[in-house]
Ligand binder design. Structure first.
Ligand code: SAM
Length: 350
Protein backbone atom coordinates (compact mmCIF):
# COMPACT_ATOMS: atom_id res chain seq x y z
CA UNK A 1 0.00 0.00 0.00
CA UNK A 2 1.37 3.40 -0.91
CA UNK A 3 0.85 6.24 1.51
CA UNK A 4 -0.98 9.07 -0.16
CA UNK A 5 -1.74 12.68 0.48
CA UNK A 6 -0.04 15.14 2.79
CA UNK A 7 1.64 13.73 5.86
CA UNK A 8 2.81 15.54 8.91
CA UNK A 9 6.46 16.56 8.96
CA UNK A 10 8.63 14.00 10.72
CA UNK A 11 8.75 14.86 14.43
CA UNK A 12 12.13 15.21 16.14
CA UNK A 13 11.73 11.82 17.79
CA UNK A 14 11.13 9.41 14.96
CA UNK A 15 8.38 6.92 15.72
CA UNK A 16 9.41 3.30 15.57
CA UNK A 17 8.26 1.95 12.25
CA UNK A 18 7.97 -1.64 11.25
CA UNK A 19 10.46 -1.72 8.42
CA UNK A 20 9.12 -5.03 7.19
CA UNK A 21 5.58 -3.67 6.98
CA UNK A 22 3.76 -4.12 3.68
CA UNK A 23 4.24 -1.10 1.45
CA UNK A 24 7.77 -0.37 2.66
CA UNK A 25 10.78 -1.35 0.61
CA UNK A 26 12.15 -4.72 1.71
CA UNK A 27 14.25 -6.95 -0.52
CA UNK A 28 14.03 -10.70 -1.03
CA UNK A 29 16.46 -11.23 1.89
CA UNK A 30 14.26 -9.27 4.33
CA UNK A 31 16.61 -6.29 4.33
CA UNK A 32 14.68 -3.03 4.64
CA UNK A 33 15.86 -0.41 2.15
CA UNK A 34 15.85 2.99 3.80
CA UNK A 35 18.84 4.69 2.21
CA UNK A 36 19.16 6.20 -1.27
CA UNK A 37 22.51 7.40 -2.58
CA UNK A 38 22.11 9.87 -5.40
CA UNK A 39 24.86 10.69 -7.87
CA UNK A 40 24.24 14.28 -8.99
CA UNK A 41 27.00 14.23 -11.61
CA UNK A 42 29.55 11.79 -12.98
CA UNK A 43 32.09 14.60 -13.47
CA UNK A 44 34.94 15.15 -11.06
CA UNK A 45 37.64 17.77 -10.56
CA UNK A 46 40.15 15.15 -9.34
CA UNK A 47 41.53 12.05 -11.06
CA UNK A 48 42.37 9.77 -8.12
CA UNK A 49 44.59 6.93 -9.29
CA UNK A 50 42.32 4.16 -7.97
CA UNK A 51 39.15 5.75 -9.29
CA UNK A 52 39.49 7.33 -12.70
CA UNK A 53 41.90 7.39 -15.65
CA UNK A 54 44.02 10.53 -15.88
CA UNK A 55 42.19 11.61 -19.04
CA UNK A 56 38.82 11.33 -17.29
CA UNK A 57 35.94 9.25 -18.59
CA UNK A 58 33.42 9.75 -21.38
CA UNK A 59 31.05 11.99 -19.43
CA UNK A 60 27.32 11.47 -19.57
CA UNK A 61 25.83 14.11 -21.91
CA UNK A 62 24.27 16.93 -19.86
CA UNK A 63 20.82 16.33 -21.35
CA UNK A 64 20.84 12.80 -19.90
CA UNK A 65 21.62 13.91 -16.36
CA UNK A 66 18.61 14.14 -14.09
CA UNK A 67 17.47 17.67 -13.30
CA UNK A 68 16.94 18.71 -9.67
CA UNK A 69 13.21 18.54 -10.30
CA UNK A 70 13.52 14.93 -11.52
CA UNK A 71 15.69 13.95 -8.54
CA UNK A 72 13.11 15.51 -6.24
CA UNK A 73 10.33 13.49 -7.91
CA UNK A 74 12.28 10.27 -7.35
CA UNK A 75 12.79 11.06 -3.67
CA UNK A 76 9.12 12.08 -3.25
CA UNK A 77 8.20 8.64 -4.61
CA UNK A 78 10.71 6.78 -2.42
CA UNK A 79 10.02 8.51 0.91
CA UNK A 80 6.54 7.02 1.46
CA UNK A 81 8.12 3.60 0.87
CA UNK A 82 10.43 3.99 3.86
CA UNK A 83 13.45 5.77 2.40
CA UNK A 84 14.65 8.07 5.19
CA UNK A 85 18.27 8.88 4.36
CA UNK A 86 19.72 10.49 1.28
CA UNK A 87 23.37 10.86 0.36
CA UNK A 88 24.43 13.13 -2.49
CA UNK A 89 27.52 11.86 -4.23
CA UNK A 90 29.06 11.60 -7.66
CA UNK A 91 31.52 12.20 -9.41
CA UNK A 92 32.13 15.25 -7.31
CA UNK A 93 28.71 16.57 -6.30
CA UNK A 94 29.95 20.09 -5.58
CA UNK A 95 31.10 20.62 -9.18
CA UNK A 96 27.42 20.75 -10.04
CA UNK A 97 26.01 24.24 -9.59
CA UNK A 98 23.44 25.06 -6.91
CA UNK A 99 23.66 21.82 -4.92
CA UNK A 100 22.41 23.69 -1.80
CA UNK A 101 19.16 24.27 -3.70
CA UNK A 102 18.83 20.53 -4.25
CA UNK A 103 19.49 19.90 -0.56
CA UNK A 104 16.74 22.36 0.37
CA UNK A 105 14.28 20.67 -2.01
CA UNK A 106 15.02 17.23 -0.57
CA UNK A 107 15.02 18.42 3.04
CA UNK A 108 11.46 19.69 2.53
CA UNK A 109 10.16 16.19 1.67
CA UNK A 110 8.14 14.52 4.42
CA UNK A 111 9.89 11.46 5.78
CA UNK A 112 13.40 12.48 4.70
CA UNK A 113 15.18 13.11 7.97
CA UNK A 114 18.82 12.66 7.04
CA UNK A 115 20.70 14.27 4.16
CA UNK A 116 24.41 13.62 3.79
CA UNK A 117 27.06 14.51 1.22
CA UNK A 118 30.20 12.76 -0.02
CA UNK A 119 32.74 15.20 -1.38
CA UNK A 120 36.43 15.53 -2.13
CA UNK A 121 36.26 18.76 -0.12
CA UNK A 122 37.73 21.11 -2.71
CA UNK A 123 34.66 23.39 -2.73
CA UNK A 124 33.52 22.65 0.80
CA UNK A 125 35.03 25.70 2.50
CA UNK A 126 32.90 27.94 0.25
CA UNK A 127 29.70 25.95 0.58
CA UNK A 128 29.60 24.30 4.02
CA UNK A 129 27.53 27.01 5.77
CA UNK A 130 25.09 27.30 2.85
CA UNK A 131 24.68 23.53 2.67
CA UNK A 132 24.06 23.33 6.41
CA UNK A 133 21.46 26.12 6.22
CA UNK A 134 19.76 24.26 3.37
CA UNK A 135 19.33 21.14 5.52
CA UNK A 136 22.47 19.08 5.03
CA UNK A 137 23.27 17.22 8.25
CA UNK A 138 26.53 15.45 7.71
CA UNK A 139 29.42 15.14 5.35
CA UNK A 140 32.03 12.59 4.30
CA UNK A 141 35.24 14.07 2.95
CA UNK A 142 37.57 11.87 0.93
CA UNK A 143 41.20 12.43 1.82
CA UNK A 144 43.96 9.90 1.24
CA UNK A 145 47.04 11.79 2.39
CA UNK A 146 48.07 14.67 4.62
CA UNK A 147 51.07 15.52 2.44
CA UNK A 148 50.69 17.93 -0.48
CA UNK A 149 53.15 16.17 -2.80
CA UNK A 150 51.35 12.88 -2.30
CA UNK A 151 47.97 14.54 -2.68
CA UNK A 152 49.03 15.76 -6.11
CA UNK A 153 50.34 12.29 -6.96
CA UNK A 154 47.25 10.37 -5.81
CA UNK A 155 44.55 12.85 -6.88
CA UNK A 156 46.57 13.99 -9.91
CA UNK A 157 45.59 17.56 -9.00
CA UNK A 158 46.77 19.84 -6.17
CA UNK A 159 44.45 20.94 -3.36
CA UNK A 160 45.32 19.55 0.08
CA UNK A 161 45.00 22.97 1.77
CA UNK A 162 41.56 23.49 0.31
CA UNK A 163 40.39 20.09 1.53
CA UNK A 164 41.69 20.74 5.05
CA UNK A 165 39.99 24.15 5.02
CA UNK A 166 36.81 22.39 3.86
CA UNK A 167 36.96 19.95 6.79
CA UNK A 168 37.32 22.82 9.26
CA UNK A 169 34.52 24.77 7.56
CA UNK A 170 32.25 21.72 7.82
CA UNK A 171 32.97 21.43 11.56
CA UNK A 172 32.45 25.19 12.02
CA UNK A 173 29.14 25.04 10.14
CA UNK A 174 27.88 22.37 12.55
CA UNK A 175 27.80 19.46 10.13
CA UNK A 176 27.96 16.29 12.25
CA UNK A 177 29.45 13.86 11.97
CA UNK A 178 32.29 14.82 9.69
CA UNK A 179 33.84 11.61 8.40
CA UNK A 180 37.08 11.39 6.48
CA UNK A 181 37.34 8.49 4.03
CA UNK A 182 40.89 7.40 3.37
CA UNK A 183 41.64 4.73 0.78
CA UNK A 184 44.73 2.97 2.08
CA UNK A 185 47.28 1.78 -0.48
CA UNK A 186 50.41 -0.10 0.42
CA UNK A 187 53.50 1.81 -0.63
CA UNK A 188 51.55 4.99 -1.37
CA UNK A 189 49.98 6.22 1.86
CA UNK A 190 49.87 3.31 4.30
CA UNK A 191 52.70 4.91 6.29
CA UNK A 192 50.32 7.79 7.09
CA UNK A 193 47.68 5.87 9.02
CA UNK A 194 49.24 6.97 12.32
CA UNK A 195 49.19 10.62 11.13
CA UNK A 196 45.52 10.28 10.26
CA UNK A 197 44.88 8.73 13.63
CA UNK A 198 46.69 11.67 15.26
CA UNK A 199 44.33 13.98 13.33
CA UNK A 200 41.49 12.56 15.47
CA UNK A 201 43.23 13.90 18.57
CA UNK A 202 42.85 17.45 17.20
CA UNK A 203 39.49 17.41 15.48
CA UNK A 204 36.12 15.79 16.10
CA UNK A 205 36.29 13.76 12.93
CA UNK A 206 35.80 10.08 12.20
CA UNK A 207 38.63 8.86 9.99
CA UNK A 208 37.68 5.70 8.12
CA UNK A 209 40.24 3.55 6.38
CA UNK A 210 38.89 1.85 3.28
CA UNK A 211 40.28 -0.90 1.09
CA UNK A 212 40.86 -0.27 -2.60
CA UNK A 213 37.94 -1.75 -4.48
CA UNK A 214 38.27 -3.20 -7.98
CA UNK A 215 36.99 -0.75 -10.58
CA UNK A 216 37.73 -0.22 -14.24
CA UNK A 217 41.43 -0.81 -14.92
CA UNK A 218 42.84 -0.71 -11.38
CA UNK A 219 43.09 -4.49 -10.81
CA UNK A 220 46.89 -4.40 -10.39
CA UNK A 221 46.75 -1.50 -7.96
CA UNK A 222 44.00 -3.17 -6.04
CA UNK A 223 45.96 -6.42 -5.74
CA UNK A 224 49.24 -4.77 -4.72
CA UNK A 225 47.80 -2.05 -2.51
CA UNK A 226 45.75 -4.18 -0.15
CA UNK A 227 46.54 -3.67 3.55
CA UNK A 228 44.55 -5.93 5.89
CA UNK A 229 42.61 -4.01 8.52
CA UNK A 230 44.34 -5.89 11.39
CA UNK A 231 47.67 -4.52 10.20
CA UNK A 232 46.24 -1.00 10.08
CA UNK A 233 44.95 -1.22 13.62
CA UNK A 234 48.28 -2.54 14.87
CA UNK A 235 50.06 0.48 13.39
CA UNK A 236 47.58 2.91 14.87
CA UNK A 237 47.74 1.23 18.26
CA UNK A 238 51.47 2.02 18.29
CA UNK A 239 50.41 5.70 18.75
CA UNK A 240 48.46 5.03 21.94
CA UNK A 241 45.89 2.70 23.45
CA UNK A 242 42.88 2.25 21.22
CA UNK A 243 39.44 1.81 22.78
CA UNK A 244 36.52 0.38 20.83
CA UNK A 245 33.84 3.09 20.64
CA UNK A 246 30.34 3.45 19.25
CA UNK A 247 30.24 4.76 15.71
CA UNK A 248 28.61 8.01 14.70
CA UNK A 249 25.45 6.26 13.59
CA UNK A 250 24.28 6.55 10.03
CA UNK A 251 24.37 3.77 7.53
CA UNK A 252 27.97 2.66 7.44
CA UNK A 253 29.33 -0.73 8.39
CA UNK A 254 32.58 0.57 9.95
CA UNK A 255 33.96 -0.55 13.31
CA UNK A 256 35.34 2.36 15.38
CA UNK A 257 38.18 2.92 17.86
CA UNK A 258 39.49 6.03 19.62
CA UNK A 259 42.50 7.15 21.60
CA UNK A 260 41.55 7.98 25.18
CA UNK A 261 40.45 11.63 25.41
CA UNK A 262 40.52 12.21 21.62
CA UNK A 263 37.51 14.09 20.19
CA UNK A 264 37.54 11.98 17.04
CA UNK A 265 37.70 8.28 16.22
CA UNK A 266 39.10 5.84 13.70
CA UNK A 267 37.12 3.32 11.72
CA UNK A 268 37.87 0.47 9.38
CA UNK A 269 35.64 -0.51 6.50
CA UNK A 270 36.01 -3.72 4.52
CA UNK A 271 33.74 -3.35 1.51
CA UNK A 272 35.08 -6.60 0.10
CA UNK A 273 33.90 -8.62 3.06
CA UNK A 274 30.46 -10.11 2.80
CA UNK A 275 29.22 -9.05 6.20
CA UNK A 276 29.23 -5.60 4.55
CA UNK A 277 26.38 -6.91 2.40
CA UNK A 278 24.40 -8.57 5.18
CA UNK A 279 23.14 -5.27 6.51
CA UNK A 280 22.87 -3.53 3.14
CA UNK A 281 19.99 -1.06 3.34
CA UNK A 282 20.80 1.02 0.28
CA UNK A 283 20.08 1.54 -3.36
CA UNK A 284 21.67 4.05 -5.71
CA UNK A 285 20.47 6.47 -8.33
CA UNK A 286 23.06 7.19 -11.01
CA UNK A 287 23.42 10.66 -12.48
CA UNK A 288 21.57 9.54 -15.61
CA UNK A 289 18.67 8.09 -13.69
CA UNK A 290 19.47 4.37 -13.38
CA UNK A 291 18.35 2.74 -10.17
CA UNK A 292 21.27 0.54 -9.04
CA UNK A 293 20.58 -2.21 -6.56
CA UNK A 294 24.20 -3.09 -5.75
CA UNK A 295 27.38 -1.04 -5.98
CA UNK A 296 28.83 -3.76 -8.18
CA UNK A 297 26.72 -5.49 -10.76
CA UNK A 298 25.15 -4.73 -14.07
CA UNK A 299 21.57 -4.45 -12.98
CA UNK A 300 20.18 -0.98 -13.42
CA UNK A 301 16.59 0.03 -13.81
CA UNK A 302 15.84 3.01 -15.99
CA UNK A 303 13.95 5.67 -14.05
CA UNK A 304 14.75 8.54 -16.42
CA UNK A 305 12.46 7.34 -19.21
CA UNK A 306 9.38 7.07 -16.97
CA UNK A 307 10.33 10.36 -15.30
CA UNK A 308 10.47 12.09 -18.68
CA UNK A 309 7.26 10.38 -19.79
CA UNK A 310 5.46 11.98 -16.86
CA UNK A 311 5.25 9.06 -14.40
CA UNK A 312 3.55 10.04 -11.15
CA UNK A 313 4.81 9.22 -7.63
CA UNK A 314 2.81 5.97 -7.43
CA UNK A 315 4.19 4.76 -10.74
CA UNK A 316 7.75 5.62 -9.76
CA UNK A 317 7.18 4.03 -6.37
CA UNK A 318 5.98 0.83 -8.05
CA UNK A 319 9.27 0.66 -9.97
CA UNK A 320 11.14 0.90 -6.65
CA UNK A 321 8.97 -1.79 -5.08
CA UNK A 322 9.35 -4.17 -8.01
CA UNK A 323 13.11 -3.63 -8.04
CA UNK A 324 13.36 -5.13 -4.54
CA UNK A 325 12.92 -8.63 -5.99
CA UNK A 326 16.20 -8.36 -7.89
CA UNK A 327 18.41 -6.69 -5.29
CA UNK A 328 21.27 -9.22 -5.03
CA UNK A 329 22.07 -10.84 -1.71
CA UNK A 330 25.69 -9.76 -1.96
CA UNK A 331 28.25 -8.41 -4.36
CA UNK A 332 30.42 -10.90 -6.20
CA UNK A 333 33.79 -9.29 -5.79
CA UNK A 334 36.79 -11.12 -4.55
CA UNK A 335 40.13 -9.66 -3.80
CA UNK A 336 42.44 -9.70 -6.81
CA UNK A 337 39.72 -10.81 -9.19
CA UNK A 338 38.35 -8.16 -11.50
CA UNK A 339 34.71 -7.17 -11.16
CA UNK A 340 32.43 -8.33 -13.93
CA UNK A 341 31.08 -4.83 -14.37
CA UNK A 342 34.11 -2.58 -14.46
CA UNK A 343 32.65 0.82 -13.98
CA UNK A 344 34.27 3.59 -12.00
CA UNK A 345 32.66 4.46 -8.69
CA UNK A 346 32.32 7.97 -10.06
CA UNK A 347 29.97 6.61 -12.72
CA UNK A 348 27.90 4.49 -10.35
CA UNK A 349 27.82 7.01 -7.53
CA UNK A 350 30.38 5.70 -5.04
N1 SAM B 1 33.77 12.91 -5.16
C1 SAM B 1 33.16 12.44 -3.95
C2 SAM B 1 34.20 12.05 -2.95
O1 SAM B 1 35.39 12.25 -3.23
O2 SAM B 1 33.84 11.59 -1.88
C3 SAM B 1 32.14 11.34 -4.11
C4 SAM B 1 32.42 10.25 -5.12
S1 SAM B 1 33.84 9.25 -4.80
C5 SAM B 1 33.72 8.09 -6.13
C6 SAM B 1 33.28 8.35 -3.38
C7 SAM B 1 34.32 7.59 -2.65
O3 SAM B 1 34.70 6.48 -3.41
C8 SAM B 1 35.59 8.36 -2.32
O4 SAM B 1 35.84 8.28 -0.94
C9 SAM B 1 36.65 7.61 -3.08
O5 SAM B 1 37.87 7.62 -2.40
C10 SAM B 1 36.04 6.23 -3.14
N2 SAM B 1 36.57 5.39 -4.21
C11 SAM B 1 36.60 5.60 -5.53
N3 SAM B 1 37.17 4.56 -6.17
C12 SAM B 1 37.52 3.67 -5.20
C13 SAM B 1 38.15 2.41 -5.20
N4 SAM B 1 38.56 1.83 -6.33
N5 SAM B 1 38.33 1.78 -4.03
C14 SAM B 1 37.92 2.34 -2.86
N6 SAM B 1 37.32 3.52 -2.79
C15 SAM B 1 37.13 4.19 -3.94
Amino acid sequence: MLLEGPRERAPKTIPVIDLLAPGLLTDAFRRPVTYLRISVTDRCNLRCVYCMPEAGLPWIPKAEILTFEEIERVVRAAAPLGVRSIRLTGGEPLVRRDVPQLVARLAAIDGIDDIALSTNGLFLADLAAELRAAGLRRVNVSLDTLREDRFTAIARRPGLDRVLAGIDAALDAGLRPVKINCVVMRGQNDDEVADFAAFTRERAVFVRFIEVMPVIDNAALQRDAYVPSGELLDRIAAGGELLPVAGPGGNGPARYYAYAGAPGAIGVISPLSHDYCETCNRVRLSADGQLKLCLFGDTGIDLRTPLRNGANADELGAIFSNAMAIKPERHHLDLGKPASAMRALSEIGG
